[in-house]
Design a protein around this ligand. Structure first.
Ligand SMILES: *[C@@H]1O[C@H](CO)[C@@H](O)[C@H](O)[C@H]1NC(C)=O
Ligand SMILES: *[C@@H]1O[C@H](CO)[C@@H](O)[C@H](O)[C@H]1NC(C)=O
Ligand SMILES: *[C@@H]1O[C@H](CO)[C@@H](O)[C@H](O)[C@H]1NC(C)=O
Ligand SMILES: *[C@@H]1O[C@H](CO)[C@@H](O)[C@H](O)[C@H]1NC(C)=O
Ligand SMILES: *[C@@H]1O[C@H](CO)[C@@H](O)[C@H](O)[C@H]1NC(C)=O
Length: 238
């Protein structure tokens, strides 16, 4: 995985309330630079730059409608971008939503070009789908960090495994380390704790278009996330 992907995503889970900035969008005319922070409308999530441990490369902007991460300034080549082709930049906006999803869209969100929820790292937020989009041939799965200082791809991945009966599997490299058991209609057979939950409304879909699981929350004020930690433990924080 591109080692820079994390910087967008991880920061979304920090809750920063001290800053005075109130914008929730990045446009062609308004890029953000180090020390800038943008907030989602309800100030639930923030987006900006940060360094875990000794990381130093962190600049962000918009070029040709793409969301592009530059090192240094816009005259150097981008080090990361959303990699979508956009013919006109003047109505392309990256907006941070209160769900924590960063969405690149045109024409007032009618035409979505890219969203961070399709590119998870080690964190699963409510209403984010985990699993395969069969139409786009895209797989959304979690991967552990290398270490607390290094958000590069670690050894563990947590993904929907559609071979045999569909289940969630935790892999260490290519070795299956743990599996959830099949879906009963309400929960994974191997996770009886899911029976009595008053926080989540879970949606499991398995059809020709997709196989996915989405842990929603019934009370939108509940802040919760699931991560695959560096040691290959799946943790839920609420
Ligand atoms: C930019 O937006 C304006 C107003 O919507 C439109 O008239 C113009 O053609 C756009 N420019 C380009 C290069 O697409
Ligand atoms: C960006 O700035 C240009 C030049 O000032 C202006 O024509 C355009 O409408 C602006 N676009 C947006 C989205 O504000
Ligand atoms: C991943 O596994 C390899 C082989 O077991 C090990 O050498 C390496 O330290 C592991 N990496 C992390 C980040 O734990
Ligand atoms: C889960 O709860 C939220 C908030 O009440 C609601 O918007 C959403 O439609 C629910 N989803 C399901 C699958 O019930
Ligand atoms: C991963 O989670 C387990 C269980 O909560 C914990 O003991 C361990 O310290 C965690 N590892 C890291 C690197 O956070």
């Amino acid at each position: 995985m591109n080692p820079v992907k994390w910087s967008l995503y991880t920061l979304l889970v920090f809750h920063l309330f001290q800053f005075s900035t109130t914008i929730d969008t990045i446009t062609a005319n308004h890029s953000i630079r180090d020390c800038d922070v943008i907030f989602s409308g309800g100030r639930v999530f923030a987006l900006g730059f940060f360094s875990p441990g000794y990381s130093v490369k962190r600049y962000l902007g918009i070029c040709q409608g793409n969301l592009v991460l530059y090192e240094g300034n816009q005259r150097t080549a981008p080090v990361w971008s959303t990699n979508v082709l956009v013919t006109s930049t003047n109505n392309t906006v990256a907006q941070l939503l209160d769900s924590g999803n960063l969405v690149l869209a045109q024409n007032g969100a009618k035409n979505m070009l890219w969203q961070s929820f399709d590119h998870p790292t080690h964190t699963l937020l409510p209403f984010m789908k985990l699993g395969l989009d069969r139409r786009k041939d895209a797989d959304r799965f979690l991967t552990s960090w290398k270490s607390l200082d290094d958000p590069g791809t670690g050894n563990y991945s947590y993904r929907i495994d559609p071979s045999g009966f569909t289940q969630l599997s935790l892999y260490k490299g290519s070795v299956k380390w743990w599996r959830s058991g099949s879906w009963t209609g309400q929960r994974w057979t191997g996770v009886p704790e899911m029976t009595h939950n008053y926080i989540f409304n879970v949606t499991f879909v398995n059809n020709k278009d997709e196989v996915s699981i989405m842990y929603g929350v019934t009370d939108l004020s509940v802040l919760t996330r699931m991560i695959v930690n560096k040691s290959g433990i799946v943790q839920r924080f609420t």
